[in-house]
Write a protein that binds this ligand. Sequence first.
Ligand SMILES: C[S@@+](CC[C@H](N)C(=O)[O-])C[C@H]1O[C@@H](n2cnc3c(N)ncnc32)[C@H](O)[C@@H]1O
Length: 265
Amino acid sequence: MKDRANGKVILIGAGPGDPDLLTVKALRIIQSADVVVFDRLVSPEIMALVPPGTRRIDVGKMPGFHTVPQEVINELLVDLAGQGLTVARLKGGDPLIFGRGSEEAAELRDAGIEVCYIPGITAAQGVAASTGVPLTHRGLATGVRYVTGHRARDASLDLDWVSLASEQTTLVVYMGAANIAEISTELMRHGLPETLPVMAVASATTPRETRLVSTLDCIAADVALADLPAPVLFVIGHVVSLYRGREADLSTALIVEPLRMHIHA
Ligand SMILES: C[S@@+](CC[C@H](N)C(=O)[O-])C[C@H]1O[C@@H](n2cnc3c(N)ncnc32)[C@H](O)[C@@H]1O
């Protein structure tokens, strides 16, 4: 019988997919926890590291829900930790970058549950390493911004287009696949050149990795044609001109060559 007072939740960044990109600490906790609660984005390769006897709960798909509401996940975590269990809460990438980790932590703390974080490699870093495209580069980008390309139903994208349309800053768009047409149009309308290079990478760092290199004026059409499988990350900016295709690839990732070779034509 577990002691209720010992229950805790550890919010763990599982990284972009490659299990070798897990931190040593994350692996240790995954292998010692009583229960692993995981999201859709956690790769099968990482779930294969969970010991066979450990209980697993997939909150990407729970019976009765198309998308599991955050409140239901919060209640589940409070309930499990309340039973005295050590809960490994696995999230894709880093839990504090578009991961709702801080929302879960706040709910747990309000319920008197001990909670802590283990960082993970965020998708942007995974994409940079696997494609060889840096996020900053002297002479090409003095900074980088991570933005969400997701919008709540019926709402317009709440982004500061004026400040985002900067050629000196690499723009990394998470959750942007459905809205890439609007994003690219707005960026051009606010001054970015049509020829600015853009890279879309699906399932980065996994054996399913797929890359597409295009330009701001063509990215929406190219992505629609390629029908990239989720999750997809966009890197927009001059750094993408450093993409060297297969030569840059040090992994076993599958590469779909760019549909339009604007950059290396
Ligand atoms: C809800 S956000 C979670 C981000 C995550 N917490 C992180 O730090 O990477 C989901 C988005 O992350 C991006 N993403 C996560 N993993 C990815 C991967 N392996 N390849 C490409 N994009 C990824 C996609 O843009 C996806 O729509």
